[in-house]
Write a protein that binds this ligand. Structure first.
Ligand SMILES: [Fe+2]
Length: 287
């Protein structure tokens, strides 16, 4: 029997009594999905499983997305990434180490973006690297009626790296030409319906959104900035401090997230390593 408890936070839940090493049956899987859709963020506690079991669990949420930056993919497991400061590529490269230290939602630069992302904490530093998540359904519900009707039918345009380093955010790693060709500019509604629940939330008003379709550049940028500022209120934000064995999942259709920056490792208590899986498409239990 698993136990699902709300976090002591504006939103989110924790799951106890689950062991991914032994697999997750369909009933439990459905229960976990419903909890995620209700709470936006889920922290599965006390896991000790290996890459194979974690990836099998990831596939229960959708199709894993190999990252557009192919050098970021995990050796032997291209559907996964190693996130943190311990890999050769991240140790001495501030940009790669902190490539998620800005508000965004995963693959919003893609026509078919992620539906869930999960991070499995393997090694955790004393400070830094926390994940902050915004509940974009709550943020949408908190808009006044005039703003809701103003944005209801608008599409934002998204492009990988379009807002890199702007608005006080950390820059994103650049794509090479072949990678950039894979992800041309793409529109997404500002108010987007969840692919399973149909609930409407603000979507992707940070990270890759660089304008509004059919609107003058200045006006579009100003509207995105206004919506982002609204979402960044403390009442909509949960900050997760990882403990080794945590798997944090978030519903990328209904959230924004940002990693707190971290330095290069320099002794005990400074190393950070998490395994990451992002998925897209409808989960098997809802097909
Ligand atoms: Fe991310």
């Amino acid at each position: 029997m698993i136990e699902i408890k709300p976090l002591d936070a504006p939103f989110g839940c924790a799951v106890y009594g689950l062991d991914l090493a032994t697999g997750v049956d369909a009933d439990t899987c459905r229960q976990l999905h419903e909890a995620l859709y209700q709470h936006r963020v889920m922290v599965i506690k006390d896991q000790t499983c290996d890459e194979v079991a974690f990836l099998a669990f990831g596939r229960q949420w959708g199709a894993p997305i190999p990252h557009v930056i192919d050098s970021s993919r995990m050796a032997g497991f291209p559907d996964m990434m190693e996130v943190g400061n311990t890999t050769a590529r991240a140790k001495d490269d501030d940009l790669k180490r902190n490539s998620a230290a800005f508000w965004h939602t995963d693959q919003s630069y893609d026509a078919n973006p992620a539906t869930a992302t999960m991070l499995y904490a393997r090694t955790i530093p004393d400070t830094g690297g926390e994940t902050r998540v915004i509940d974009m359904k709550a943020a949408y519900d908190g808009l006044d009626r005039g703003t809701k009707s103003r944005i209801d039918k608008l599409n934002a345009m998204h492009l990988y790296g379009a807002t890199s380093g702007k608005d006080g955010e950390a820059p994103t790693a650049a794509l090479n030409t072949a990678q950039a060709d894979e992800v041309p500019p793409t529109p997404h509604p500002l108010v987007r319906a969840h692919s399973v629940t149909g609930e409407r939330a603000l979507y992707g008003v940070a990270g890759t959104a660089f304008g509004i379709e059919g609107m003058a550049t200045d006006e579009g940028e100003a509207l995105i900035a206004e919506l982002k500022a609204h979402c960044l209120q403390d009442k909509y934000i949960y900050e997760h401090k990882y403990i080794v064995g945590d798997i944090a999942l978030w519903d990328t259709q209904m959230t924004l997230h940002s990693a707190k920056p971290i330095g290069a490792p320099n002794g005990p208590g400074t190393e950070r390593l998490l395994w990451r899986i992002s998925v897209r498409g409808k989960p098997a239990v809802f097909q």
